[in-house]
Design a protein around this ligand. Structure first.
Ligand code: SF4
Length: 196
């Protein structure tokens, strides 16, 4: 059965879409059938109402996280609608994103997140545009990298908790360069475990 939401630790993750503008070499979508025993391939994308019902009482969880298999901000309207309901029920809401929402939607969408999203984790995954293209194979090409940095700077204006992340398959030198980018933007930085 397809998994619209799934629990990991004290958090609940929302699997809104399998679509993404990247094809990262380390993506679980490319390599695995599921995650921690959950089948995350969707037969069809869930409706707003289905997600809200699947979440139930959001206060049972530390955080509700829009995540994947896929890029949740592909479905921006639904994400905002769901967040509005979950916030009204007292949830803390985070988005895990590839940071390309402004390219995807052709406008700066970050102000629309204000007051609805408490935290955003943005996958940086490379210290420069050339490396980003090699690792993530983005639909928007090299300009994706600068767009992610601009998106991050915008998020800092509207969202209380902003973090850039990298996967620990990068070399220590590249991880340091990514951290320097996060420091320069004045946002948090986290190295994620590559999970198989
Ligand atoms: S951005 Fe995330 S969902 Fe998209 S391909 Fe990369 S790891 Fe997978």
């Amino acid at each position: 059965m397809q998994q619209t939401v799934y629990e990991v630790g004290k958090n609940l993750y929302i699997n809104l879409t399998n679509r993404c503008t990247n094809r990262c070499s380390f993506c679980l979508r490319e390599n695995e059938d599921g995650y921690k025993g959950y089948d995350l391939w969707l037969d069809r994308e869930p409706s707003v109402q289905e997600v809200i019902e699947a979440v139930g009482d959001p206060k049972k969880y530390k955080e509700i996280v829009f995540c994947g298999y896929g890029e949740p901000m592909m479905r921006l309207d639904e994400l905002l609608e769901i967040s509005r309901v979950l916030k009204s029920k007292g949830a803390r809401v985070r988005i895990n994103t590839n940071g390309q929402a402004n390219l995807i939607h052709g406008r700066n969408v970050v102000p629309e997140l204000a007051g609805l999203i408490d935290a955003v984790s943005i996958s940086l995954n490379a210290p420069d545009a050339e490396r980003y293209v090699k690792v993530c194979d983005p639909k928007f090409g090299e300009r994706s990298f600068d767009a992610i940095l601009e998106f991050t700077a915008e998020c800092k204006k509207y969202i209380p908790d902003v973090t850039l992340t990298v996967v620990n398959v990068l070399s220590p030198e590249d991880i340091e360069r990514c951290k320097a980018i996060a420091d320069k933007l004045g946002v948090g930085f986290r190295v994620r475990e590559y999970e198989r």
